[in-house]
Design a protein around this ligand. Structure first.
Ligand code: GDP
Ligand code: GDP
Length: 435
């Protein structure tokens, strides 16, 4: 599903990250923490009424040693390129500044819908400050207080109204996947190896410029689409070198994919950045496959594969469910295993378990291995229900949700995997009090 994107722009200290956190608000509590992943909070999902869209805080994208004007210009350009709608944030206490005017002029030249948020209007006594901002020529100012949560609903209402209404899934019935990984691990080589001669010129799939580089193709009667992670390469500016920007691109591609191939480089070995990249795929709840590329460069004996697999498992503890494939894009080694594996992982993520069978497994597990009491209280699971797929999400109705400890959750997860497989997908387990 293609979701709309809202980008926040504005000069430093107007409150972008404060407002960003407000806008993504409740969602944060659902997403489980992934150890080892430093959260670059510039990308998130917003849920409002029945709609979902993506949010980018361009203020988090920075280039080192750049003059301020150039930096802000890059942020605004990225916002204009990536987003369907832009939230231009200003500081209501400073009045209109020349930097605000600079940003406003750039935004006016784009054809993107703009929401003008005047932040730090913490109470009514300050709202007379609003009127100044009409002079920016980007529409009606909305009074906001990121700190007090004022005006957030107004922004969301307006964003939803301005977002393209095409909630139709352009890739319905297709399996979408992307390849992510640091530069030079072999992503483009793998794409070419997977596509062989079947590369289809994109013309009949609608979408914005952003989507036009996705590549749909058909193989053995099945439809796939490779989601592109490339970003802006125009006017000689290659923002790919800005790490946060490439992370943002990767996250946007992950969001639109059913399955994510995390590509690792067998020649140069593992780096810290590989773990971050893999962490995003895990957090997004997508199907994940670890693809260990450049296998041709690895000196091997009979134990090599097992040794490397063990090493990878130790490095990617939270991805214990992800299958690992050792490939060579160059020699086409095991390339033909990738699509069947992608299908399989997608099917696993979309698996719906019959309620009675699910309950049998959970109740058996509880009976054989009951939760240990904590402070004299013991978790009691009454009933389990799978509430969604992609990833499979299971709600346990219990006496007290606080009593579901991480270790017991892990135990139940393992039981579910023994019973139903679920290879390649995370499983979310949520406890709710039985009402
Ligand atoms: P950014 O640089 O635009 O991302 O700005 P931040 O979100 O980091 O905020 C800059 C400063 O302004 C911080 O000290 C915030 O606490 C403060 N701030 C943000 N929103 C508000 C607000 O609504 N009211 C007030 N009084 N201060 C705010
Ligand atoms: P990307 O930046 O991740 O898209 O990486 P590229 O696909 O551009 O590949 C980077 C370099 O690695 C190029 O020189 C490729 O020829 C090389 N490369 C890619 N896959 C393989 C492989 O399987 N084996 C070997 N030996 N080299 C590879």
């Amino acid at each position: 599903m293609k979701k709309g994107i809202l980008a926040i722009v504005g000069r430093p200290n107007v409150g972008k990250s404060t407002v960003f956190n407000r806008l993504i608000g409740e969602r944060k509590s659902i997403v489980e923490d992934t150890p080892g992943v430093t959260r670059d909070r510039i990308y998130g999902t917003v849920e409002w009424l029945t709609r979902e869209f993506q949010l980018i805080d361009t203020g988090g994208i920075q280039i080192e040693d750049q003059p301020f004007q150039q930096e802000i210009q890059m942020q605004v350009e990225i916002a204009i390129e990536e987003a369907d709608c832009i939230l231009f944030l200003v500081n209501g206490r400073d009045g209109v500044t020349s930097d605000d005017q600079f940003i406003a002029r750039m935004l006016q030249r784009s054809n993107k819908p703009i929401i003008l948020g005047v932040n730090k209007i913490d109470d009514h006594s300050l709202s007379y400050n609003l009127y100044d901002f009409y002079s920016l020529g980007v529409g009606d100012p909305i009074a906001v207080s990121g700190v007090h949560g004022i005006g957030i609903g107004d922004i969301l209402d307006k964003a939803v109204a301005l977002m393209p209404q095409d909630d139709i899934d352009a890739y319905e019935g297709m399996t979408s996947f992307c390849l992510i990984g640091r530069p030079n691990v072999g992503k483009s080589s793998l794409v070419n190896a997977i596509l062989r001669q079947e590369r289809v010129i994109v013309s009949d799939v609608e979408g914005t410029t952003r989507d036009a580089i996705d590549t749909p193709f058909r193989r053995d009667g099945k439809d796939y689409v490779i989601i592109d992670t490339a970003g802006i390469r125009k006017r000689g500016k290659i923002y790919e070198n800005v790490e946060k920007y490439s992370i943002m691109r990767a996250m946007s591609a992950i969001e639109r994919s059913d399955v994510v191939l995390v590509v690792l480089d067998g020649e140069s070995g593992l780096r810290e950045q590989d773990k971050h990249v893999a962490g995003y795929a895990h957090e997004a709840g997508k199907g994940v496959i670890l693809v260990y590329n450049k296998w041709d460069t690895v000196e091997k004996d009979t134990h090599t594969m097992a040794t490397i697999e063990k090493k990878l498992r130790a490095q990617f503890l939270y991805l214990s469910y992800a299958p690992i494939v050792f490939v060579s894009a160059l020699k086409r080694q095991r390339i033909d295993q990738l699509l069947p594996l992608i299908d399989q992982v997608h099917d696993n993520a979309a698996l719906r378990i019959q309620t009675n069978i699910l309950n049998e497994v959970i109740m058996d597990a509880q009976l054989m291995d009951p939760p240990k009491p904590h402070n004299g209280k013991r978790l009691k699971i009454y009933y389990a229900s799978q509430v969604s797929v992609c990833p499979p999400t299971i709600v346990l109705f219990v006496n007290d949700p606080q009593l579901l400890h991480f270790s017991y959750k892990r135990f139940l997860e393992n039981r579910l995997r023994e019973a139903f497989g679920f290879e390649g997908t995370t499983i979310r387990i949520i406890a709710r009090e039985r009402s």
